[in-house]
Design a protein around this ligand. Structure first.
Ligand SMILES: Nc1ncnc2c1ncn2[C@@H]1O[C@H](COP(=O)(O)OP(=O)(O)OP(=O)(O)O)[C@@H](O)[C@H]1O
Ligand SMILES: [Mg+2]
Length: 250
């Protein structure tokens, strides 16, 4: 069974960047196979990982739901969907990536969504790690993929509003019965000590904070992959020890 890491947090806090850092570390430390799932329709995880977009689950399901006659005669529908989804998985260098794309349109998706859940459950078993980058806000926490996470990583800034929002995300996971083994907090772009009382109030397990790092901004401006980040960059120096708390589970 794959170890599921899922990202959450307000817009622009650094979810995609940290998802990419996690994938880079799992790959570079040779910890096992990784499936990166981009669950943000306005996605850029693939770009940050240096892969080219090969289509999305959303587009495949739209297509099947709009033209069911495309399924070859004699091929069971579920097998056809499974094949299409398998072929949407891109092989990167040391990780695979799957793009969820936009959520369903107005057609009838019950059947394809049921198939999708079964197929995703199978995929999760096939990899050692699954890293899911989500859109901002928990209402989007992609339940199309799985309703379970071994480690939820809530990314926040250090402001009061940011931490309150992180706390709300934690409460919401419980309300929507999203099953999480460990709910953690990572503060991004902050170089000082964070007020312990405010962190305690979030009821999240505090992992630490990552500093503001100009090289991350430069990488993003130059559309470069996270694998081009120099190993002596300030953020990586800290992430090398802090990140371990996210994926170690023995
Ligand atoms: N520690 C950091 N230091 C400097 N820049 C950073 C840091 N973390 C993230 N950034 C930059 O901030 C911007 C937003 O980061 P990112 O896209 O990861 O946020 P996000 O939470 O995924 O946003 P969205 O909610 O839009 O998906 C990016 O340009 C990224 O390079
Ligand atoms: Mg993002």
């Amino acid at each position: 069974m794959g170890y599921v890491i899922t990202m959450a947090g307000k817009g622009g806090t650094g979810k995609t960047t940290i998802a990419a850092l996690i994938i880079r570390s799992i790959k570079n430390n040779k910890l096992g196979s990784v499936l990166a799932i981009d669950a943000d329709p306005n996605s850029n995880l693939g770009e940050l990982l240096g892969t080219k977009n090969k289509g999305s689950i959303g587009a495949i399901l739209d297509d099947i739901s709009a033209s069911p006659d495309k399924i070859p005669v004699g091929t069971p529908k579920e097998r056809f969907i499974q094949y299409q989804i398998q072929s949407a998985i891109q092989e990167g260098d040391g990780f695979d990536i799957l793009n969820m794309g936009a959520p369903e349109g107005p057609g009838c998706y019950c059947y394809v969504n049921n198939c999708l859940r079964g197929i995703m459950a199978g995929l999760i078993k096939d990899y050692d790690y699954i890293v899911i980058d989500n859109e901002a806000g928990l209402e989007h926490l992609s339940r199309r993929i799985t309703r379970y996470a071994d480690c939820l990583v809530v990314v926040s800034d250090a402001s009061n509003i940011g931490l309150k929002s992180a706390q709300r995300i934690n409460e919401l996971t419980k309300q929507v019965k999203f099953e999480v083994k460990r709910s953690t907090l990572l503060i991004n772009r902050f170089n000082k000590n964070v007020d312990k009382e405010k962190i305690r109030e979030t009821n999240l397990e505090y992992l630490g904070s990552l500093p503001f790092d100009l090289s991350l901004e430069e990488l993003s401006l130059a559309s470069q992959s996270i694998f081009n980040l120099k190993s002596d960059s300030p953020v990586l120096k800290i992430f090398n020890t802090l990140g371990e708390k996210i994926w170690s589970h023995n």
